[in-house]
Design a protein around this ligand. Structure first.
Ligand code: PGA
Length: 314
């Protein structure tokens, strides 16, 4: 008689650490276990779980949405400084909880050297942007395929600084998103309202439109590759952080908006990061919230000690 385990179908074996995935696969193949689509997010402390489910979750054999701490270096550091920073993070990695995925997003010029520094470690490499064209006569641009070819796993798309200073629109972002996904990069899609929009009480509408205009064009399979970062523009680089209540309120809304199009399971599996003056002193309170799955960190990602302290805030 097979035992049924609640592993959300879209995550299943793909999100499970490789070694454990093999075990699960053998159990599946030999029909010792079967898998069904579990409704809602499961937590190791949920009273509704069977003992076996709890054990699998506790030991990370099945994993729900990932905790992510991503460092957006923006246009900072020289190549040697960037390499040093990446090396310092690798050295500190044993002090970071194993279930927290660290990502660094250095400038384009640093991707090779910083990538080399983190090679073989659990830190993933991200770019801060990619071109909206596949290839060709686009002087100064860097394509998604180029980024993939040097080991990037992620690309930040739609950062408010790109929307604001470089005129990125939803149309541009649709093209970038499609190219990133076609080339096997996971987009970290940034959304968030400006100060005047929040003051006018329009923050939910703004965020909803940013989701609908870009993410709603994706297939469910593509959507399951996307990480979302909610970054209220008024909190970026200003020292003003959204309160954890404000952030949780929007994160829950973002998840609901994703669920409305793609279903609860994909929404539950999507990591939604908070960004905007996130630092060691406020990360713990933010990350404790049910729908905040980590952070996209700007200024505090430039100091290894601060970035690591943030990653330790779970
Ligand atoms: P900040 O930037 O942490 O410096 O506010 C966050 C971001 O823009 O990603």
């Amino acid at each position: 008689m097979p035992v049924t385990i609640g592993i959300p179908v879209p995550t299943t074996v793909n999100h499970v650490p490789e070694r454990d995935a093999k075990v699960i696969k053998i159990l599946l193949d030999t029909k010792i276990i079967t898998i069904f689509a579990a409704a809602g997010r499961k937590r190791a402390d949920s009273p509704r779980l069977s003992r076996m489910e709890r054990n699998l979750l506790t030991h990370n054999i099945i994993q729900m949405r990932r905790k992510i701490v991503a460092g957006n270096w923006k246009m900072n550091t020289t190549v040697p400084e960037g390499r040093e920073l990446a090396e310092a993070l690798v050295a500190e990695l044993p002090n970071v909880p194993a279930d927290v995925q660290l990502i660094i997003a250095p400038p384009f010029t640093h991707l090779c050297s910083a990538g080399k520094a983190i090679e073989g470690s659990a830190i993933a490499l991200s770019a801060q942007n990619c071109a909206d064209q596949a290839k060709g006569a686009y002087t100064g641009e860097v394509s998604a395929a180029m980024l993939k070819s040097i080991g990037c796993g992620y690309v930040i798309l739609g950062h408010s600084e790109r929307r604001q200073y470089y005129g990125e629109t939803s149309a541009t972002l649709n093209a970038k998103m499609a190219l990133a996904l076609e080339n096997g990069l996971k987009p970290i899609y940034c959304i968030g309202e400006k100060l005047e929009e929040r003051e006018a009480g329009r923050h939910f509408d703004v965020v909803k439109a940013q989701i609908e205009e870009v993410l709603y064009t994706l297939t469910p399979e593509q959507m399951s590759q996307v990480v979302v970062a909610y970054e209220p523009v008024w909190a970026i680089g200003t020292g003003k952080t959204a309160t954890s209540e404000q952030a949780q309120e929007i994160h829950a809304f973002v998840r609901k908006t994703i669920a409305a199009k793609f279903g609860q399971q994909i929404a539950d599996d999507c990591s939604i990061l908070y960004g905007g003056s996130c630092k060691p002193s406020n990360a713990r309170e933010l990350f404790a919230r049910a729908d905040i799955d980590g952070g996209l960190i700007g200024g505090a990602a430039l100091k290894a000690a601060d970035f690591i302290a943030i990653a330790q805030s779970y």
